[in-house]
Each structure stands twice: as structure tokens, then as C-alpha cells.
Design a protein around this ligand. Structure first.
Ligand code: F6P
Length: 555
């Protein structure tokens, strides 16, 4: 493995970035009317316009050269071929097999995986049709009206985001709820809002050992048994999604009601597996298979397109360009699509749990910056909140803007207004407003000389701020599948160039471990904590609040 900064292309990119520092995108657009044609491409129903970036043909050629030097082609073959590329966990990475609609003969550890994948999909079809058709009924004989998914991280964010995104496809009379937090408020509020006799609980956990999920699942199980007055009701109201049949059985769910997946599916890459069960229940198995087909179309594009015309590769390399050569610390995602409101939260786990690493696959300290802080909100809401910083702040925040040509819920001209705002924002970020332009505007408004001089610096927009626009016809299951697969592969490409393992997540363990040591000090099992002074002080303060309320605790 190689320190990525030692690649020849890295040095060339450093020199090139110095030349590009003062190049203005508005000049690049003025010089070349074909810039959109040159720097846009289509794949799997998605148009990517990446012309509003600080790049030239030379930039792209150097960046794709870097990908080649970093061994991207070989890394792709290793991933799709089922090699154990997740080296620290000794696992293959084959979420692409879950949506394999073609005839790839995928193997993990020398064993074909497709027969098992297809079997689980078939079981999901039988089960979801039984629920949707009212054949599967609750303990009083009522059909299912509410589905509550209990899971966290990849066992929550994927299904929650996709279910919400596909709301126009929901079966009337079925509702979905997601409980992830160990904060009891979420479970209590959910249980107050659903009828026990017609609620189906899905306990989703790859490991079936995650503390939050098990605590919540026990609460839901106890509530259901109390409501039904009969332990036997559990069989009609609880199903599990997991790789761990023993733990599912030990929890008290019959494994006949369990949908399995495999250790070669990472939690944050699992929405394509039975973890997508809430999606399949709400939108039906045919739509769920369309969702898989969209992702497969993006997989095919990623596997076969030359790097120069490869959408995940281009998005990944543009990210690296700003992170490693312009010092960008964050990356924003702005869906101008309310149905994608949870996309930024979903991508936070996908990107930051995958590429928030500081050692290489060999355990050496990385020599460059890796994954960015990912954040975002739906447009146009963000425009009235934090866009000020994007336009006039001191930080460079590369951003993706996502929008559909067709609204799923057209109303008057509102969708056109939404699109106009989306395009206006990327144009404003790119163009900015020069001092002479701002001055001319103020003069035209008839402002006095003194007032003009005082106000002018505040009216200037530096511009030259990069963005990508991802445009699609409408947010149907197929397009959504392609969109998510696009981001998955983008993250994989970046991890490959940085030579980090994008598929483990050791960084989440320390906090879990320490929480186990602190909980007894709060539950009252132990008093007189021996942690650091801050933690001890906070524990004592909780007890003081609980014993004396806030006034006396203040004193
Ligand atoms: O703690 C992080 C994590 O392991 C994620 O990677 C995972 O998606 C989540 O917890 C939930 O894990 P599980 O599906 O095993 O309950």
C-alpha cells in the first residue's frame, strides 16, 4: 500500500492547484460555451452537472491519473469479486450482490451468494404480500395498520430515509414509524400513537447485540404482551432482521419470523437487504425490486464506464480535490426535494463512518486529510438559515444540490419556484458579485456616496464556490436506488485513493465501552464514581437534580 501523497499525480495536483487558486469559474464559463457539455454526464437516470467546479480538462486528467495510480481499477475488481477487502474485520464487501439483477456469479469465500440472496427476497415477497393483503393479521384478527422499525445506525437510517423518500408509493392504510434512540421518549411517544392489535414490530439489528435496539425491543415486547394479555401474540407482531439467529431466538422471536443477511453486508450498506423490510412493506415488493434495479444500474455504470465518464469516480475525485488541495473541511448535501429530508442524516453515517479514519489499511498514519464533515438540509429551508455562510463566510464548502424535474405532488407553480431557487443558488455561488457590480447596483438605487462606501464591502460576494447538481426526472424507487448507490461508490473511491478501510467502524466502540462503566453510577447500583473529575461532577449533578430539583441544586 502507498501513502497517497507519494503518487506522482499528487505532486502534479499540488502544483496544478497553485495555478488554479486564482482562476475564476465565471471566467471559465465566459471562455467556453461548451463547458456544460464538457463537464456533465448521465447515468442510471441521473444527470450530473459538475461544470460549476474549479476545474479544467487538465484537473480532471490529473485526478483520474491519481485514481489509476492508487489502483482504483484493481480495488473495484476486488470489491465486486468478493475479496475480503474489509481487512480489519476479515470480511468481503458485497452489498452490490444484494441488488444484483444481472447474471454476475458472485462468490464470498468460494461460495455463490446469489441463491441465498434470492431466497431472502422471495421470503420478503411472501411476507410483505401477506401483510399488505391482510392475510397476516394481529392477535385480534385485525389487519396490520402500523409498522414500527426498531433499530439504530444502518438498521434505522437507511430504511427510515428510503421509506420517507418513497411516501407517494405507500399502500393506503399502512403507516411506518422508526424508533432508534435509547431516549425513552421516542419509544413512549410511538407506543402512544399505535394500536397494539394492528401493529407489527420489526427488530432490525445486524448483530442483535446493540444495547439501544435491545432495550427498545424489550420495552415493545413487554407492552405488546401486556396489551394482548397473551405471550403468544408476540409471534403475530414481531419479526426480526439480523445475521444472528441465536440471539434472535434468545430474545424470543421464532426464527421462522426472522429475515437473514450476511456478514459481508456492512450495517450502513444494508438497506438493500432484509433491513429494507419496512420499505418493502410500505411500497410493495415490486417497487422495492425497482429500487434494487436502480442501484444495480449505477453499479453497472460504475464497473464499466471509463474513469473520465464515471459518475461516482468524478464525484469522489472532486471531493478529494477540495479536501486535500484546497483545505475544505466539510461537504454539504442540499436536496431540493422534501422527500429526501433524511438524506443528509443517512449520508452522514455512510460517509463519516466509512471515511472518518486516520490510519491507512496497513495501520500507518495517513499523510493527507480524509473524509469531510458531511451535513445538509432540504432546500429552500437552508437558504433562510445558513446559506449566508456559504455565500459570504470565510470557509469553502463544496456542495451537492439535488432536484427532480417532476414533483411527486405538483401544486400550482411551486415546483418551478423550487427548481428556480436551486439553480439560482448554484449560479450565485459560482458567479458571486464583484465590488464593481455591487457598486453599480447601489448607485442605481440612488445611494449617497458615504452610505455607499460604508455598505459596499457587505454587498460583495466572493463567488467561485463549487457545487454539483444532480438532476433526475422524478424521485421514483429506481432513481432513489441509483442515487444511493452513487454515493456508496463515491465513498469507496475516496477510501481507495486515501488507502483507508471504508468498511470498518472501530471509532464507535470506545464510547459504548465507557457508557457501560458509567451506567451503574446513574442507575444507583453504585455511588462514589471514580472517573475523571468532569464525569464525576456531572454524575453528582444528576443525582443532585433528582434529589433536590433545580433550585436547591443551584444553591
Ligand atoms: O455502533 C455503530 C454500528 O455498529 C453501526 O455501524 C451499525 O449500523 C449500528 O451500530 C447498528 O448495529 P446493528 O445493526 O448490529 O444493531
Amino acid at each position: 500500500m502507498t501513502d497517497c501523497t507519494r503518487h506522482k499525480a499528487w505532486g502534479a495536483l499540488q502544483a496544478h492547484s497553485r495555478q488554479m487558486r486564482d482562476v475564476q469559474m465565471r471566467d471559465l464559463f465566459a471562455q467556453d460555451e461548451q463547458r456544460f457539455e464538457q463537464f456533465s454526464l448521465r447515468a442510471a437516470g441521473i444527470l450530473l452537472d459538475y461544470s460549476k467546479n474549479r476545474i479544467t480538462a487538465e484537473t480532471l486528467s490529473l485526478l483520474t491519473g491519481l485514481a489509476r495510480e492508487a489502483g482504483l481499477g484493481e480495488a473495484m475488481q476486488a470489491m465486486f469479486g468478493g475479496d475480503r477487502i474489509n481487512v480489519t474485520e476479515g470480511r468481503a464487501v458485497l452489498h452490490t450482490a444484494l441488488r444484483n439483477r444481472g447474471d454476475w456469479a458472485v462468490q464470498a469465500d468460494g461460495k455463490p451468494v446469489m441463491p441465498d440472496v434470492l431466497l431472502v427476497l422471495e421470503r420478503m415477497r411472501t411476507f410483505t404480500e401477506a401483510v399488505r393483503d391482510g392475510v397476516w393479521r394481529g392477535f385480534t384478527g385485525q389487519r396490520i395498520t402500523d409498522v414500527v422499525n426498531i433499530g439504530i445506525g444502518g438498521s434505522d437510517l437507511g430504511p427510515a430515509m428510503v421509506t420517507q423518500a418513497l411516501q407517494p408509493y405507500w399502500q393506503p392504510g399502512l403507516r411506518a414509524h422508526f424508533v432508534s434512540n435509547v431516549d425513552p421518549s421516542q419509544m413512549v411517544e410511538t407506543l402512544m400513537s399505535v394500536p397494539a392489535e394492528s401493529t407489527l414490530f420489526i427488530v432490525a439489528s445486524k448483530t442483535f447485540t446493540t444495547a439501544e435496539t435491545l432495550l427498545n425491543a424489550h420495552v415493545a415486547r413487554r407492552w405488546l404482551v401486556e396489551q394482548a394479555g397473551d405471550e403468544a401474540a408476540v409471534a403475530k407482531h414481531f419479526v426480526a432482521v439480523s445475521t444472528n439467529a441465536d440471539k434472535v431466538r434468545a430474545f424470543g422471536i421464532d426464527t421462522a419470523n426472522m429475515f437473514g443477511f450476511w456478514d459481508w453486508v456492512g450495517g450502513r450498506y444494508s438497506v438493500w437487504s432484509a433491513v429494507g423490510l419496512p420499505v418493502a412493506l410500505l411500497v410493495g415488493m415490486n417497487a422495492f425490486e425497482q429500487f434494487l434495479a436502480g442501484a444495480h444500474a449505477m453499479d453497472e455504470h460504475f464497473r464499466t464506464a471509463p474513469f473520465e465518464r464515471n459518475m461516482p469516480v468524478i464525484l469522489a475525485l472532486l471531493g478529494i480535490w477540495y479536501i486535500d488541495f484546497f483545505g475544505a473541511q466539510s461537504h454539504a448535501v442540499f436536496p431540493y426535494d422534501q422527500y429526501l429530508a433524511r438524506l443528509p442524516a443517512y449520508l452522514q453515517q455512510l460517509d463519516m463512518e466509512s471515511n472518518g479514519k486516520s490510519v491507512t489499511r496497513d495501520g500507518e498514519r495517513v499523510a493527507c486529510d480524509t473524509g469531510p464533515v458531511l451535513w445538509g438540509e432540504p432546500g429552500t429551508n437552508g437558504q433562510h438559515a445558513f446559506y449566508q455562510l456559504l455565500h459570504q463566510g470565510t470557509r469553502l464548502v463544496p456542495a451537492d444540490f439535488l432536484a427532480a424535474a417532476h414533483s411527486q405532488r405538483p401544486l400550482d407553480q411551486q415546483h418551478e419556484v423550487l427548481l428556480a431557487n436551486c439553480f439560482a443558488q448554484t449560479r450565485a455561488l459560482m458567479l458571486g458579485k464583484r465590488p464593481d457590480e455591487a457598486e453599480a447596483e447601489l448607485r442605481a438605487a440612488g445611494m449617497s456616496e458615504d452610505a455607499l462606501r460604508a455598505l459596499l464591502p457587505h454587498k460583495v460576494f466572493p463567488g467561485n464556490r463549487p457545487s454539483n447538481t444532480l438532476l433526475y426526472d422524478r424521485l421514483d424507487p429506481r432513481t432513489l436506488g441509483a442515487l444511493i448507490a452513487l454515493y456508496e461508490h463515491k465513498i469507496f473511491v475516496q477510501g481507495t485513493v486515501w488507502d483507508i478501510n471504508s468498511f470498518d467502524q472501530w471509532g464507535v466502540e470506545l464510547g459504548k465501552q465507557l457508557a457501560l462503566g458509567i451506567a451503574p453510577d446513574l442507575t444507583g447500583e453504585r455511588r462514589g464514581a471514580h472517573h475523571d473529575a468532569s464525569t464525576n461532577g456531572l454524575i453528582d449533578a444528576v443525582h443532585a437534580f433528582r434529589e433536590h430539583g433545580s433550585d436547591e441544586a443551584d444553591a
